[in-house]
Ligand binder design. Structure first.
Ligand SMILES: C[S@@+](CC[C@H](N)C(=O)[O-])C[C@H]1O[C@@H](n2cnc3c(N)ncnc32)[C@H](O)[C@@H]1O
Ligand SMILES: *[C@@H]1O[C@H](CO)[C@@H](O)[C@H](O)[C@H]1NC(C)=O
Length: 260
């Protein structure tokens, strides 16, 4: 595709974003479905089948060969779509590196794509506390942690993440973590956020995944606890003076909270 037609698409997208924003603010948050593409797909952001997403990957993804191997392996899994988006993982690695992260918390490991991603950029004495309840998922990716020579940086804890976070707090590790990624059961998001906010130092970053939840946050149903929980935290974060925030339409939507 020639560059000018890509630019045009970007321009059209930006114009539609303007429409969505104006409509949302002026007409009591009635978001037009044209921008969010609710009719064709439930994706709230650039779809994984779109040419623009492919373009983004073709022009920015610098994936470690073992990360690529793990991604392809995970895509074969029936729950492969739970894996973090590779462009988002790269952004998080860049941010973690920028703040010279040494200690990271991963809440929801799955096959360990982002755990490996983080371990790869940490210094040799760095550490990822990796929380999951399902060891079978983790075992899929674990051999690649070893192959990459970063296994010693990963502290895997197989139990409910809230328990692990309590243990870290009980061990006196408050304010010692640099980066946390929240990506497990959505109903516990508020609890994870509060505990991470205690564990992360000033200037540290908490990344909260799936904040757009395939567009469902636009219309949270009362009986849909996952969407309610995400929407509640989104509203709370907007007013939370303990952090600065950015909500980014990458993957399924991620909010970065920068601890003040
Ligand atoms: C969306 S996946 C995580 C994806 C992962 N961050 C990656 O890099 O691909 C969510 C994971 O959370 C785990 N999980 C669900 N409930 C949990 C809990 N209460 N405590 C810890 N992990 C949990 C699931 O087993 C699953 O592996
Ligand atoms: C972050 O928050 C602080 C304190 O409220 C504020 O002074 C600063 O301008 C904020 N930075 C950004 C980029 O919003």
């Amino acid at each position: 595709m020639p560059w000018f037609s890509v630019s045009k698409e970007v321009a059209v997208g930006t114009a539609m974003l303007g429409v969505a924003f104006a409509t949302g603010v002026l007409a009591g948050k009635k978001y037009p479905s044209i921008f969010f593409g609710a009719s064709k797909s439930s994706k709230a952001v650039i779809g994984k089948d779109s040419l623009l997403w492919q373009y983004i990957l073709d022009h920015s993804l610098r994936e470690h060969p073992l990360l690529k191997k793990l991604r392809l392996l995970t895509l074969d899994h029936p729950w492969g779509r739970m894996m973090v988006s590779c462009d988002q993982a790269q952004l998080m690695a860049n941010l973690a590196k920028l703040i010279k992260a040494k200690k990271v918390i991963e809440i929801g490991v799955f096959t360990g794509y982002n755990t490996l991603n983080m371990a790869l950029i940490l210094p040799d004495n760095g550490r990822v506390v990796a929380c999951d309840i399902n060891e079978d998922y983790v075992n899929i990716g674990k051999p690649l942690w070893k192959e990459a020579g970063v296994e010693h940086k990963i502290d895997l804890r197989i139990k409910r993440a809230s328990e692990t976070l309590d243990e870290l707090l009980a061990d006196g590790e408050a304010e010692t973590y640099d980066f946390a990624f929240i990506d497990a059961d959505k109903e516990s998001y508020n609890e994870y956020y509060e505990k991470c906010l205690c564990l992360v130092r000033k200037g540290g970053i908490i990344a909260i995944d799936n904040v757009l939840w395939h567009g469902k946050v636009l219309n949270p149903r009362k009986d849909d606890l996952a969407t309610q929980s995400i929407h509640f935290l989104n509203e709370k974060l907007l007013r939370d003076t303990r952090v600065n925030i950015s909500m980014i339409p990458i993957g399924d939507g991620v909010t970065f909270a920068f601890k003040l």
